[in-house]
Design a protein around this ligand. Structure first.
Ligand code: EPS
Length: 387
């Protein structure tokens, strides 16, 4: 089983991550992780922080001479902005009160609930950890999971399918082609016309001091039939993947396959008829409305997930709020922020999906070394062909 934890504040010294359960013998270097960190930082509509940070990872434990040891893998990402915050975010009590307490909670953030819950009098104690900065580490940990999945040819792709209500129109295109196009677009958008409109929308939002959200899609290819289970509620693969995506900051909804559209159609236009391919000895579907999961179990088709991200809550034209000390109304102060972070969120989505998929693969095939996992996987695939 894979477990992972992250630690670190947005303007703290660094982000830390531990991932446990990756078998031994997986080849892993920083060059497997850094490209994904860079991908997360790209995106039309990101704020100035992205110009300061150029995230790179250090592998601190669990890897020796380029291969995992089968023990917890530890990762670090240093925050470049720390130089400007070392006193303000210092763990040392001698720096206390070098900065005034922030008492003006921003609507849509964790600020107000956080100070009430943790009995703080300074929203900085909340926002530093609630910030989406933490997702940099999730992407790093996800890259480790992706490397493990690559052993089984499982690949995870993402692209932005909707932004502020503007939807892409492209259909019937392979996941590989989607990825190639998405990688060359600052909005991870494969539809040029839609992308032009999306950019304009972001520019307009910026002028108005507003922000925009959107929807990204995750496609997982080559997942074997049989991951997850109907046997218990928390084993269902759709539920597990939805949880993973819903845990990302600002995600408000997740769909699997047709998702909400299934509720509008007759059953005959929702379910996927089953066929058998004699040559390749496999059952298959000509449609994939289920999104690769039926009865909580992967069915061998591509897994299709979509997640809706709300617009970033920090608005340059702020909403009304109340100072927690004076109880007087105010308009939230202007903070450096992103106008749109949907493309970045889609890369985070890949990472979260990768970790859960790696978890499901290890649950099914086990293995303390990658050779053992692979052996078990190949034996199962032979069995599936023989059915
Ligand atoms: C974030 C606020 C901004 C974003 C940040 C997430 O940071 P700052 O307040 O320092 O300008 O840039 O995202 C990242 C730093 C990142 O790496 O994605 C927030 O409040 O969630």
């Amino acid at each position: 089983m894979i477990r992972f934890l992250t630690a670190g504040e947005s303007h703290g010294q660094l982000l830390m991550g531990i991932i446990e359960g990756i078998p031994s013998g997986l080849e892993l270097t920083v060059s497997d992780i850094n490209p994904d960190l860079a991908r997360r930082q790209i995106g039309y509509g990101r704020g100035d922080r992205m110009r300061i940070e150029k995230d790179t990872v250090e592998i601190t434990c669990g890897v020796r001479w380029g291969k995992t040891l089968g023990t917890p893998v530890g990762l670090l990402i240093k925050n470049r902005d720390w130089v400007n915050w070392s006193e303000k975010m210092s763990p040392d009590p001698s720096s206390a009160d070098c900065m005034a307490a922030e008492t003006k909670p921003r609507p849509g953030h964790a600020d107000l609930q956080g100070i009430i819950k943790y009995s703080h009098n300074d929203t900085r104690n909340v926002l530093e950890r609630a910030s989406a900065r933490e997702t940099a580490m999730r992407v790093a940990l996800g890259a480790v999971a992706k490397k493990f999945l690559n052993l089984f040819d499982i690949n995870i792709f993402s692209h932005v399918v909707e932004l502020g209500g503007i939807k892409i129109e492209v259909k019937d295109i392979s996941p590989e082609a989607i990825m190639e196009k998405a990688e060359s677009s600052e909005l991870r958008c494969i539809d040029e016309q839609a992308e032009t409109q999306m950019r304009k929308l972001i520019d307009d939002a910026k002028k108005k001091g507003d922000t925009v959200g959107g929807v990204f899609e995750i496609i997982i290819t080559n997942a074997p039939t049989g991951l997850g289970s109907y046997s218990q509620w928390d084993k269902r693969m759709n539920a597990r993947l939805a949880y993973s995506l819903m845990s990302i900051q600002a995600i408000k909804g997740v769909e699997v396959g047709l998702g909400f559209e299934s509720a509008e159609r007759f059953g005959s236009a929702v379910h996927d008829a089953i066929y058998y391919d004699d040559e390749n000895k496999r059952f298959y579907r000509k449609t994939n409305r289920a999104g690769g999961i039926e009865g909580g179990i992967t069915n061998g088709e591509n897994i299709i997930l979509r997640a809706a991200m709300k617009p970033i809550a920090t608005l340059y034209s702020p909403l009304e709020s109340v100072d927690v000390r004076t109880k007087k109304p105010f308009k939230a102060s202007i903070e450096r922020s992103d106008i749109c972070a949907v493309p970045a969120a889609s890369v985070v989505g890949e990472a979260m999906a990768a970790i859960e998929m790696a978890n499901a693969m290890l649950e099914k095939f086990g293995g303390d070394s990658v050779e053992e996992s692979k052996r078990n996987y190949l034996a199962y695939m032979e069995y599936v062909k023989g059915i």
